[in-house]
Design a protein around this ligand. Structure first.
Ligand SMILES: NC(=O)c1ccc[n+]([C@@H]2O[C@H](COP(=O)([O-])OP(=O)(O)OC[C@H]3O[C@@H](n4cnc5c(N)ncnc54)[C@H](O)[C@@H]3O)[C@@H](O)[C@H]2O)c1
Length: 253
């Protein structure tokens, strides 16, 4: 097995997850790219520089799929050094969020199943595996959102709620995992130019959106990936339980 550190990235089929996979592969990491969409994931992995990468179909909301994938991945590639939980969903209807009064229970449950339960299942599988086979510099990165911090302008209440749960969960996990030498930090992206953002933004609205961002542009997946590259590095060993805002100054606290 390779001595190059192994990173499992969920939601790696497109958008931020795909950008994180590409950025970290360039830095020399081995990437295990997982997504609900196996074909997209395979394409992402085929384009990564270097060798030792793999792709996995994994629904993060399924306990069985997450546990089976972790077991198969670690049997094949060795222990996962770092876990990046980028998989997420935002459900809109013709580009609009439903008001709470009009939100179905199914929409609420599905959103939490992927964004919140998915993060719990993946991180639980990781800390269980590391209890059996510890690694040096164990790392977890979760995904919240600027929407959870601000109450959200475009996103649904279900999405905001599911991402607000991650703000607390990240701290709880960081506190518990510290004894294992694992750091846990979250990313709260602002407006990042991916398919998820485009669900709520018509072509041509970019300039208006950028005008509300102090740094004057939408974010790119690589902006998020660069922060994650630092958070999972050995140099970040004294940083845990934090939420890193990558939002161009859209929200300053
Ligand atoms: N784009 C933004 O502006 C923005 C802002 C704040 C937070 N985020 C968060 O960043 C993360 C990445 O978002 P993105 O913009 O790249 O979105 P995206 O929709 O472009 O990509 C999300 C990926 O997650 C995968 N996915 C969805 N459900 C899954 C499941 N059940 N199991 C496994 N994979 C699944 C999708 O197939 C897709 O490849 C998400 O957690 C999102 O909530 C994004």
């Amino acid at each position: 097995m390779s001595s190059r550190r192994l990173v499992l990235v969920t939601g790696a089929g497109q958008g931020i997850g795909a950008g994180v996979a590409a950025h970290l592969a360039k830095q020399g990491y081995r990437i295990a790219a997982a997504d609900l969409n196996a074909d997209k994931c395979a394409d992402v992995v085929a384009a990564l520089p270097g060798d030792g990468h793999s792709h996995w179909r994994m629904d993060v909301s399924s306990e069985r799929e997450v546990d089976d994938t972790f077991a198969a991945l670690e049997a094949q590639q060795g222990p996962v050094d770092a876990l990046v939980c980028a998989a997420g969903i935002l459900i809109l209807h013709d580009g609009e969020r439903r008001l709470i009064a009009d939100t179905s229970l199914d929409e609420w449950e599905l959103t939490h199943a992927v964004n919140t339960r998915g993060t719990f299942l993946c991180t639980r599988a990781y800390v269980r595996a590391r209890r059996e086979r510890p690694v040096e510099h164990g790392r977890i990165v979760t995904f919240s959102s600027c929407a959870a911090q601000l109450g959200g302008y475009r996103s649904s209440s279900a999405y905001i709620s599911s991402k607000a749960a991650i703000l607390g969960y990240t701290k709880a996990l960081a506190r518990e995992s510290a004894a294992q030498g694992i750091t846990v930090n979250g990313i709260a992206p602002g407006l990042i130019d991916t398919a998820m953002l485009r669900l709520s933004m018509q072509a041509g609205q970019e300039q208006a959106a950028a005008a509300n961002i102090p740094l004057g542009r939408l974010g790119q997946p690589d902006d998020i990936a660069a922060a994650i590259g630092f958070l999972i590095s050995p140099e970040a060993s004294y940083i845990t339980g934090t939420m890193t805002d990558v939002n161009g100054g859209y929200r300053m606290q």
